[in-house]
Design a binder for this molecule. Sequence first.
Ligand code: GLV
Ligand code: GLV
Length: 379
Amino acid sequence: MNPSSWTTHQPDGRFRVIATKRLVGEKWLPVLLAAGCRVEVYGGEEPFGEEDLLSAIGNACHGALAQLNEPWTARVLERFAAAGGRVVASYAMGVNNIDLAAASRLNIAVCNTPDVLTEATAELALALVFSAMRRVAEGDRFMREGRFSGWLPHLMLGRQLTGRTLALFGAGRIGQAVARALCGGLGMNVLYFNPHPRPQLEDYVRDVAQLAARYGLPQPWIRRAQDVDELFAEGDVIVLASSYNPDLRHLVDARRLSLCREAAVLVNVSRGPVVDEAALVAHLRAHPDFRAGLDVYEFEPRMAEGLADLPNAVLSPHTGSATLEARTAMAQLVAHNCAGVLLGHPAGKNRPMEAWLGDDPPKAVPALVNAEAIGWPAV
Ligand code: GLV
Ligand code: GLV
């Protein structure tokens, strides 16, 4: 961290808020300034480690606009609490980088940015599915290297998606959006694994099937998988779209990969550690028709040795939510989360996040993850 890279807005504000990165759009900062915050924004791009966070927090800090690649450990949170810290408002949906138990014990509110990134992340998952299946990135490199010497029957053969089976691990908002697109658009069947059944998604697929029948098209089906292995054995496209907790570490290991169809595609938009990346590299090497589309990495930002050399992997740099629309909305939610907690507003329950994006936002905290644990009132 470079101490000269901070910019201070409204120096005489009554709450000190740090933003460890600049956020997207123009609407988030005014929310904090209107709430009476002094906002210090870090202009550099390097990720913050524990020591950087401790030094940024200093002796007085009430709110933090955090990033998903920062270690908000118990040690950092204890310093934050001692400095008067009341809210960590993360610029992300996943809060697995924040020690929630420690935050709750210290009465620190932890907030995230759900909903507004659902479509963006689902769309990137789809981009990885298509890129992997049809070898788009590989073909692009082939062209740039001047290797295209003419149309050939066997050149860059991929596999067809239409009519095949999507195996979805995690049918939350993002997973369901992926399933609707692949089923509604390409008639793919949906096999999903989720702690709860998803009747709405099941109805959607049944409606698609009815519509398909009317047009004489094949009718897709949907089924909730009984166990995780079933997904790997039966999926042509396996999409990992769950939120992360440590129980999911290496859910995709050598054994589960060995269950997969020879030409299946594995896409991960969840968190890197869900996949044993070394085992995936070995599997990709041994099975050239198997493909992977990864947006997240086990040891982010590093990649497992050998992954970068494999033509059957397509790789994106954790850009699931990286659309102007999503990142602008996320920034607004982060600001309302932080300001809302500092002003003592109740947690907003069951309200669409859009409510905070307009000109007349509710006086409530949009997305307070540990509201119950810290006894925060809700409306
Ligand atoms: C991105 O990975 C997020 O959790 O928002
Ligand atoms: C391919 O370009 C075809 O015309 O079949």
